[in-house]
Unconditional design. Structure first.
Length: 240
């Protein structure tokens, strides 16, 4: 059973609110930081002072929290109405809602069926559009690079993790965030190669990055873009 306690501490001159969670599942004390705040997780059987753990890691805690605060502040203020612009493979396109047989993407616009919007909402219809196109585009890119890299994967799963763009499980499942459909194509390819490379190298050591570099020569630039621009790929407040 987990028990939560809300507390506050001064770290390096910064007032920090945090939660303490006593967990029967935890094996070691740790500090979890995400977009929602700081949590100190303590195993039920251990007598650990959360303030001591925070003070020992003060610089990292403050720096990490600030990065999430910045991420939240950079989140785009989306207005889900026709006439506004939304990114698709790195290019902003005007959202058009009209009577048509199917949703489609053009050079300058995302066109949604009026009936699809009426059955749900603009936001939901647009998310469904993104997810559908993400499935097709990401499957195509994963298949192409898997063939080039001579690796086999089990299946591709689309997810919507708040701050994670992809993962590769030990059983060969590739997971990618559907919001990547909003990113430039070269960023998508970098993430695809990154995860497929884990089928060969299950770490982030020298051999792993050498493999990634064989297919994405400027992978460092791509990783930096994602680090600096990930907030641009937030679809709605639900992603925070």
């Amino acid at each position: 059973m987990n028990r939560f306690q809300c507390r506050e501490i001064d770290l390096l001159g910064n007032s920090l609110k945090y939660e303490v969670r006593h967990s029967a599942d935890a094996t070691d004390p740790r500090i979890d930081i995400d977009i929602h705040g700081v949590t100190v997780v303590i195993p039920e059987a251990e007598d650990v002072q959360p303030t001591k753990l925070l003070e020992e890691n003060a610089a990292w805690v403050i720096e990490t929290q600030r990065s999430y605060d910045s991420y939240r502040e950079q989140a785009p203020d989306r207005n889900f109405e026709a006439g506004n612009y939304f990114p698709y493979l790195g290019e902003d396109r005007e959202l058009v809602i009209e009577s048509c047989r199917k949703n489609e993407i053009t050079e300058n616009s995302i066109r949604l069926r009026q009936c699809a919007v009426e059955q749900s909402s603009v936001k939901q219809a647009l998310e469904n559009f993104y997810r559908s196109h993400a499935r097709n585009h990401l499957t195509d890119r994963v298949d192409q690079y898997a063939n080039r890299m001579d690796v086999g994967y089990k299946t591709l799963e689309l997810r919507n993790q708040r701050t994670r763009w992809g993962s590769c499980s030990t059983n060969g499942t590739i997971s990618l965030n559907w919001r990547l459909i909003m990113a430039p194509p070269e960023i998508v390819d970098y993430l695809v190669v990154h995860e497929l490379a884990h089928l060969t190298e299950q770490h982030h050591g020298r051999e792993f990055w050498q493999l990634v570099g064989e297919y994405i020569t400027d992978y460092k630039t791509k990783a930096e873009w994602l680090e600096e621009n990930s907030a641009r790929l937030i679809f709605s407040e639900d992603d925070l």
